[in-house]
Write a protein that binds this ligand. Structure first.
Ligand SMILES: Cc1ncc(COP(=O)(O)O)c(C=O)c1O
Length: 394
């Protein structure tokens, strides 16, 4: 497992806040990690320290470059149970999804399959293939609850003509958590590339690319990973690296560029491993911060974070379940739970406005209110949500 910390002990959120999230004082509950996580102090310090060295540019040292990137790749690898050589740093999720869409070989006549209701980042790169006439793309309708229709999607893969199947590990609007291993097995059996969008999972829901037989996984760093904007990574399974033809080629993709003093031989030889998919100069300072944020999550324990956030939401689940005018949109099966929780009560826009007036950070998504607490949130903050709803001022 990619976990390091024990999962049993509950989180001491107040101590954690003092150390890492001093700006979150509880007066304005921030329950919106599915949009953007809070940056921990250790990451902020890393960014500031890097900036200070950069300003006094002679203070820059060798360790500020490749070792920083290696640290970020290693942290990303631990988050998904991969090896660092299977990680390419990437500025967002879309980079990894486009890498897969552009580069995975797909035989003539084979289809791409995705689910309806996916976040558009995991749809447009596939639709682009259809527009170019490179593959038929089937967007499979969601089930009656608006979740990916697992049985139908598996049946599509079993038809044996699916070249690529792409799915989010956790759905952005409902938090529905996929049993990735089920899909991975079906994909492997049918010669289908399995591509996963992990941005709503990594940092809150354990991920294991080996167990789930994922070929390419794409993840941005600014949500549950609490990292700087513009950070993220793509995992490319070791055996897939050679098969995936980079469509965007840069100088750092090539082995011959490593010797800056003599780099004009232009030898066409990729660097080893997934690093070839990193195109050019990286935002080193941001990856220094990314590694710190990921380190905090890893040392806290991802399963422990999931237990914490789902536990925080329980009183709200109970309150909503007792109301005839409320609908819980999220699937309450423990295996399907994540940090994202959505519900409807009354007019969504009005309810959201009332929560916003009360200083609660949450968002309307697909006709529902979406809450997404993280490791830094407390039970009192979720109780505030119940107070506002109970007050009925909406
Ligand atoms: C499932 C999912 N994928 C991708 C993204 C974002 O993509 P990117 O990191 O490329 O901006 C989001 C949210 O913004 C998301 O919820």
């Amino acid at each position: 497992m990619p976990e390091t910390a024990t999962t049993a002990a509950p989180l001491d959120v107040l101590a954690l806040r003092q150390r890492e999230f001093p700006s979150l004082d509880g007066r304005r509950p921030y329950l919106n990690a599915a949009s953007m996580g809070a940056l921990p102090e250790r990451a902020r310090r890393a960014l500031d320290d890097y900036g200070a060295r950069r300003a006094a540019v002679h203070a820059m040292r060798g360790a500020d470059f490749e070792p920083v990137l290696q640290g970020a790749r290693a942290a990303a690898a631990r988050l998904v149970n991969a090896s660092a050589d299977e990680i390419a740093l990437a500025p967002n999720t879309s980079y990894g999804l486009n890498l897969a869409a552009r580069g995975l070989p797909i035989e003539p006549g084979r289809r791409v399959v995705v689910s309806d209701r996916e976040f558009p980042a995991n749809v447009y790169p596939w639709l682009a293939l259809a527009r170019e006439g490179r593959a038929r793309v089937d967007v499979i309708p969601a089930d009656a609850f608006g979740q990916p229709d697992e049985a139908r999607l598996l049946a599509e893969i079993e038809r044996g003509d699916v070249g690529i199947f792409a799915l989010s590990a956790v759905q952005f609007a409902t938090g529905w958590t996929a049993e990735l291993a089920k899909f991975g097995e079906a994909c492997r059996r049918n010669g289908t590339w399995f591509v996963v969008d992990a941005i709503q999972a990594a940092g809150c829901v354990p991920l294991d690319v080996r167990e789930a037989r994922v070929d390419v996984l794409a993840c941005g760093g600014h949500k549950w990973l609490c990292g700087p904007f513009g950070t993220g990574f793509a995992y490319v399974r070791r055996e897939v690296v050679e098969a995936l033809e980079p469509r965007v080629v840069g100088w750092t993709s090539m082995a011959a560029s490593a010797d800056y003093a003599d780099c004009c031989g232009y030898r066409w030889e990729w660097v080893e491993g997934a690093r070839r998919f990193e195109v050019a100069t990286q935002p080193f300072q941001d990856y220094a911060g990314f590694a710190e944020s990921a380190g905090l999550l890893l040392e806290t324990g991802i399963e422990r974070i999931r237990a914490h956030v789902t536990g925080l939401l329980e009183p709200l689940v109970a309150w909503l379940a007792a109301r005839e005018d409320a609908t819980i949109v999220s699937d309450l099966d423990p295996a399907r739970r994540s940090g994202v929780f959505s519900f409807r009560i009354g007019d969504t826009a009005r309810v959201h406005a009332a929560l916003h007036r009360a200083g609660i950070g949450c968002v309307p998504r697909e006709g529902a209110i979406r809450l997404s607490p993280h490791l830094y949130n407390t039970a009192d903050e979720v109780a505030r949500v119940i107070d506002v709803l109970d007050g009925g001022a909406w």
